[in-house]
Design a protein around this ligand. Structure first.
Ligand code: AMP
Ligand code: ZN
Length: 134
């Protein structure tokens, strides 16, 4: 993809703070970290999001995400890690080259990820039936 910023980062056309690279994946620091050490993991193959990414490439991506989780944990001495993947604009995706966020968390940093709703058993039964069709 000629105009993809993450493909350009892989090719070295845009600078980044690379923290890991292997045959299939690449990891670098997010320029706007939630906490210091926030790392993005990408596959060297351009796929827009999780829906477009073949399972074997997802396996590469998450293998590296696991490796980077351990590395970030040790390097930053953080207390936990959130793994995130935004898919499609409604989910907050802004760069359309599939990527996994590895986000260090510090006890008491105060970030609350998601407000949660109440649900009834009836709603859950109906929604589960709809999902199971696919
Ligand atoms: P998302 O909102 O999930 O698509 O995340 C895209 C992430 O890429 C954001 O957290 C940005 O801060 C980060 N980002 C965008 N451009 C760059 C760049 N050139 N170098 C490092 N991180 C970037
Ligand atoms: Zn790309």
């Amino acid at each position: 993809m000629n105009d993809c910023i993450f493909c350009k980062i892989i090719k070295g056309e845009i600078p980044c703070e690379k923290v890991f690279e292997d045959d299939t994946t690449f990891a670098f620091l997010d320029r706007s970290p939630v906490n210091h050490g926030h790392t993005l993991v990408i596959h060297k193959h351009h796929h827009a999001d999780i829906f477009d990414t073949p399972e074997h490439d997802l396996a590469d991506l998450f293998r590296t995400a696991k490796k980077m989780s351990a590395a970030v944990m040790k390097a930053t001495k953080c207390d936990g890690i959130n793994i995130g993947m935004n898919n499609k604009p409604a989910a907050g995706q802004t760069v359309f080259h599939a990527h996994v966020h590895v986000i260090p968390r510090i006890a008491g940093d105060g970030f609350k990820l998601w407000p949660q709703k109440e649900s009834t058993t009836e709603q859950r039964v109906k929604t589960a039936a709809a999902i199971k069709q696919f």
